[in-house]
Write a protein that binds this ligand. Structure first.
Ligand code: GDP
Ligand code: FE
Ligand code: FE
Ligand code: FE
Length: 195
């Protein structure tokens, strides 16, 4: 059971609330991200309950319809430029609003960890860095270079953030995929070292 009032229920209740919204494969990924986040949190002096909750909820909105995301962008008057993007960006940036509205989680550090888990951000708290990296290196991930990503992250969390950011941007460019402006800002701060 959680000791702090970050979620009004037990971990088992939170898991049930997430499982009903996610397919089994995605749900299993979420459990692995939680476990990886707990290890990184322990190594970096981050609150373990926040790491557990943020890991469990980071992809909470992944399976919502485009229509639901558009309605949420309008309901919370989020940046209208978001309407030009899709599920890959929305499930984090907009997904945090589903976590708040439906799960009653109001902790801004947890919500920012959800918001920024896909794109990173210029300013990321230690918890946000932990969730960003746990999502990337959880044991189910098999992308080339993953062993190096795990080694670097376990040695130096911030170096891991830089590694992921550089590799994700290179991947997007290779695919000629549209790059979200926030992704570029993350790159400028964490990889190019721009102040
Ligand atoms: P997942 O939800 O656990 O599958 O992982 P993420 O939330 O980290 O990423 C979701 C998808 O978004 C991945 O396919 C990423 O490559 C993609 N992604 C990350 N940044 C960007 C971006 O700037 N632009 C686009 N188009 N896709 C991105
Ligand atoms: Fe995600
Ligand atoms: Fe990720
Ligand atoms: Fe994920």
């Amino acid at each position: 059971s959680y000791q702090q009032q970050l979620y009004a229920g037990t971990r088992a209740q939170l898991i049930d609330a997430i499982h009903v919204k996610l397919r089994d494969k995605r749900f299993e990924h979420v459990l692995r991200v939680e476990q990886t986040a707990l290890v990184l949190a322990e190594q970096n002096g981050v609150d373990l309950e926040k790491a557990s909750i943020a890991g469990l909820v980071h992809d909470y909105a992944k399976q919502r319809s485009d229509k639901d995301f558009v309605a949420m962008i309008e309901k919370h008057q989020l940046d209208p430029d978001l309407l030009n993007w899709g599920n890959a960006i929305w499930h984090g940036v907009v997904g945090a609003e589903f976590v708040r509205d439906e799960l009653g989680i109001n902790d801004e550090d947890i919500l920012n960890a959800v918001r920024h888990h896909t794109t990173g951000a210029v300013a990321m708290s230690p918890l946000e860095q932990v969730v960003y990296m746990a999502d990337y290196i959880e044991p189910g991930r098999t992308v080339p270079g993953i062993e190096e990503a795990r080694r670097i992250t376990n040695e130096d969390l911030q170096a891991g953030v830089a590694y992921q950011t550089a590799h994700t941007l290179a991947y997007l460019i290779k695919q000629q995929a549209p790059v979200y402006p926030g992704t570029i800002l993350t790159y400028n701060r964490w990889v190019a070292g721009k102040k």
